[in-house]
Design a protein around this ligand. Structure first.
Ligand code: AMP
Ligand code: GLY
Length: 427
């Protein structure tokens, strides 16, 4: 079997790592693989977003399964182009990917399907945005409608700040993505990421996880692509996940299918668990990063099987993923300056780490002489599986501390909410 991974971040390294365990005899390829992926696969020197050349290459090389990691290529029609060339692909069509690539589309879809989410309005002019900001009052959230690498949402403490954020976006701070802004009600609660494998009709959830979006410990500072994650999440029991399925995932998949764009791939529900129950913050059309680096090490059943079932169109059927007991924590190591501009080229040293620890690479490059260097803002994620949350957390944190590169930054408090909950539940 020949498998192509499209993308080269931490999530794609984790996907490659898991699929290789599922299919040790398969031949793996990846687009411009990072320094950790490179030894595990063959390199395709085509950009992950090249929707012209990559499908053509995949068809010529008789790729049996293409797995598309990032949202950009999906929004640009990578899955459609692959299918058009007869390549089986795990990942939604561009039309279905609008659930992520257009917040305005997602919001309208949710409204039509009766899915609980924050009150919102979409505006292309400042005056309209301003009057809705004033109607909602602070705190209030202003978002660029288009794709902005997880950095396009600003939670504003005052209406003045919100008007400023909307003005900036409409003036081009986020480029094309901010041509329209979504102004929405602030939701209070804890966030939860729920990944669902979806075949267009049916879906199965994976273990719930929690991301840490802010750069600083204690959830302070600007939003990033994600600084760490853990799974499972203590408060998200089976009953809550069933409710999320019933009230959120099922109606959205139905609405997409009825609208002529069934979702085949990984639907990621980003939720706020409020006093009134789960409400949607956002949907993503792909695996989350870094949640994937915490969820996949716990997945004991095959990921390849359901991916093939979805890609080939025979559906999930009786697929029921199983998970190891215990917990996983992934701590992201970032370059100094991230999420702003950062320095590349610093040399990285990774010592031997205890078993149960896997280092997933994101922004790393391997020189011809085998030297590993920093090439992106989020550099590595140290994922650790433990018998319980505390053990996983300690392993992950120790691993993050032991890896060396100049300017290394990481949050030592990944999973602090879970730790707090566990402390409170011990009498
Ligand atoms: P998004 O880009 O939509 O994922 O938002 C990024 C982050 O901003 C989320 O993970 C939340 O932490 C926060 N956020 C977004 N929308 C809301 C909201 N309506 N209420 C509270 N926090 C929000
Ligand atoms: N972890 C957030 C994201 O993947 O969008």
């Amino acid at each position: 079997m020949r498998i192509l991974i499209v993308g080269n971040g931490g999530r794609e390294h984790a996907l490659l790592w898991k699929l290789r365990r599922d299919a040790p005899a398969a031949e793996f390829w990846a687009t411009r693989p990072n320094g950790g992926m490179e030894p595990l696969c063959r390199a395709v020197e085509i950009e992950p977003g090249d929707v012209g050349r990559l499908p053509e290459w995949a068809a010529r090389r008789r790729i049996d399964l293409a797995v598309v990691g990032p949202e950009g290529p999906l929004a640009a029609g990578m899955a459609d182009r692959m299918r058009a060339r007869g390549v089986s692909v795990f990942g939604p069509s561009a039309a279905a990917a609008r659930i992520e690539s257009s917040k305005a589309f997602a919001k309208d879809l949710m409204a039509g399907a009766g899915v609980p989410t924050a009150r919102y309005e979409v505006h292309a002019e400042l005056e309209g945005a301003r009057s809705f900001i004033e109607e909602l009052g602070a705190p209030v959230v202003v978002k660029a409608s288009g794709l902005a690498a997880g950095k396009g949402a600003i939670v504003c403490a005052s209406t003045k700040e919100a008007v400023g954020a909307a003005r900036g976006m409409l003036a081009g701070d986020f480029g094309e993505a901010g041509r329209r802004v979504v102004v929405e009600e602030f939701m209070e609660g804890e966030e939860l990421s729920v990944f669902c494998l979806a075949d267009g009709e049916d879906f199965v959830p994976l273990l719930p996880s929690q991301d840490h979006k802010r750069i600083g410990e204690g959830d302070r500072g600007p939003n990033t692509g994600g600084m760490g994650a853990y799974a499972p999440v203590g408060f998200a029991g089976e009953e809550l996940i069933r409710r999320v399925g019933r009230e959120i995932v099922a109606p959205v998949l139905r609405a997409l299918a009825e609208g002529g764009s069934p979702f085949q791939g990984l639907l990621y529900a980003g939720l706020m668990i409020t006093d009134a129950g789960p409400r949607v913050v956002e949907f993503n059309c792909r695996f989350g990063d870094p949640e994937t680096q915490a969820v996949l090490p716990l997945l004991s059943s095959s990921l390849l099987e359901p991916m093939v079932a979805v890609a080939e169109g025979f559906g999930l059927g009786a697929v029921r993923p199983t998970f190891a007991s215990g917990a996983a924590v992934a701590t992201v190591l970032a370059a100094e300056g991230y999420p702003g501009s950062y320095r590349k080229g610093e040399r990285i040293r990774i010592p031997a780490l205890p078993s149960g620890t896997v280092v997933f690479h994101a922004g790393t490059a391997l020189s011809p002489s085998g030297e590993l260097t920093v090439s992106g803002g989020r550099v590595l994620a140290v994922a650790a599986v433990g018998d319980d949350f505390e053990q996983a957390r300690a392993l992950s944190r120790a691993g993050a501390g032991a890896i060396q590169f100049r300017g290394k930054r990481f949050r030592g408090d990944i999973g602090w909410r879970e730790a707090e909950r566990r402390r409170q539940s011990v009498p």
